[in-house]
Design a protein around this ligand. Structure first.
Ligand code: KG4
Ligand code: ZN
Length: 345
């Protein structure tokens, strides 16, 4: 019944990790508001996200985010057609705050509730940049994921390749710790890399292998060993060159394997999604490689503000889920280790 109704305006909620976010988006992919309350400063001194601290911040912020999102969008509750919420993957306590708020709000205002997988949300951010044409390939690179996802149509996801160990963002965060950079270190390592040169020539794992999988833990170990060995000799290595060398290795493998896959699958578009999609080295290397190889593939990379976690992307994904008739029935629970492309029953 729900899917016969028209969905024009969705309020979306995201609280899977360390950003509390509420957004209001339209069915033609306009963002009326996208309020993001970041907790990064509270977690930095611990070198990573502390789940209990995250939950407490979400509780404090969530209602303020609802109010601000409605006020900024200049809409009232009566204008809304549905509520969407991330239900996994993520931290259970953090997810539950967003889910409880979204469920209560939907129930109080008799609105349908749309459960969204956080990872489909990252890909859906591309809708705010361009109209999507299928088949497309998405390179999903975040703190917990590194995947090549083939989409033959909207809402259909097939994993073609993935990391066998660390995610790309996780590798950035781990080597950042060795360089004494605050968590999450991807953005700063990226800035340092732009000031340095690839002088260390770290390994390019699985580059030549005939598959679309990735591996970043060997690179991470090689990086850490290089730094520790130098320390034992009493030497200090050039941090910007270390960052540039690490980034050159990550980017070369991601670009090469992604483009090989895109060519083989003959996709029309390539979407880059997730926190690591904000990486300047990756964005420019993909653009340059597509031009150099004269590929007829449209590259879609969301603006940096939409690469990290935010509720607007959850709203974008929710429109697609609503069209497919995927709504929460009865009890919606958090699924911290929700796989991809799994959906709520
Ligand atoms: O998508 P996201 O905000 O959260 C997850 O769903 O994981 O991604 C966060 C990850 C972190 O590992 C962070 O270090 C990384 O994205 N990141 C970057 C950059 N900006 C954020 N990695 C490389 N270069 C960047 N510019
Ligand atoms: Zn994310």
């Amino acid at each position: 019944m729900n899917n016969q109704r028209e969905y024009k305006l969705i309020l979306a909620v995201e609280s899977s990790c360390d950003e509390t976010s509420v957004a209001i988006v339209t069915d033609d992919f306009k963002i009326l508001s996208n309020v993001v309350a970041s907790q990064i400063k509270s977690h930095q001194r611990f070198g990573g996200v502390v789940p209990e601290v995250a939950s407490r911040h979400h509780v404090e912020q969530i209602l303020l985010c609802f109010e601000e999102a409605l006020a900024k969008a200049q809409v009232t509750v009566e204008d809304l057609d549905a509520v969407a919420v991330t239900y996994g993957p993520g931290l259970v306590g953090a997810l539950l705050i967003g889910i409880t708020a979204a469920k209560t709000f939907a129930w109080a205002h008799a609105l349908p509730l749309i459960p969204v997988n956080h990872m489909t949300g990252h890909i859906a951010a591309a809708n705010f940049v361009a109209e999507l044409h299928y088949p497309l390939l998405a390179l999903l690179v975040s703190g917990g994921h590194t995947e090549l996802v083939y989409m033959k149509e909207a809402g259909s996801y097939e994993i073609i390749g993935q990391t066998r160990d660390d995610a790309a963002g996780e590798a950035y965060d781990k080597i950042g710790r060795v360089l004494g950079v605050n968590y999450p270190s991807g953005k700063i390592i990226d800035e340092m890399a732009q000031q340095g040169q690839d002088t260390f020539h770290f390994p390019r794992a699985m580059l030549k292998e005939d598959n679309y999988d990735f591996s970043f833990s060997g690179l991470k170990s090689s990086f850490i060993n290089t730094v520790h060995n130098a320390e034992q000799r009493g030497e200090t290595l050039a941090a910007n060159d270390l960052a540039a060398s690490f980034q050159a290795s990550v980017v070369e493998v991601l670009v090469e394997k992604t483009l090989r896959c895109a060519e083989e699958l003959q996709v029309k578009q390539l979407v880059v999604a997730g926190g690591v999609a904000a990486n300047h080295g990756l964005r420019s290397a993909l653009k340059a490689a597509i031009a150099k190889r004269q590929l007829e593939i449209e590259l879609i990379v969301p603006p940096i503000a939409l690469c990290g976690d935010n509720a607007a992307m959850i709203g974008a994904s929710a429109f697609i889920e609503a069209r497919l008739g995927h709504f929460a029935h009865g009890e919606l629970n958090a699924k911290p280790s929700l796989s991809f492309p799994e959906r709520a029953e």
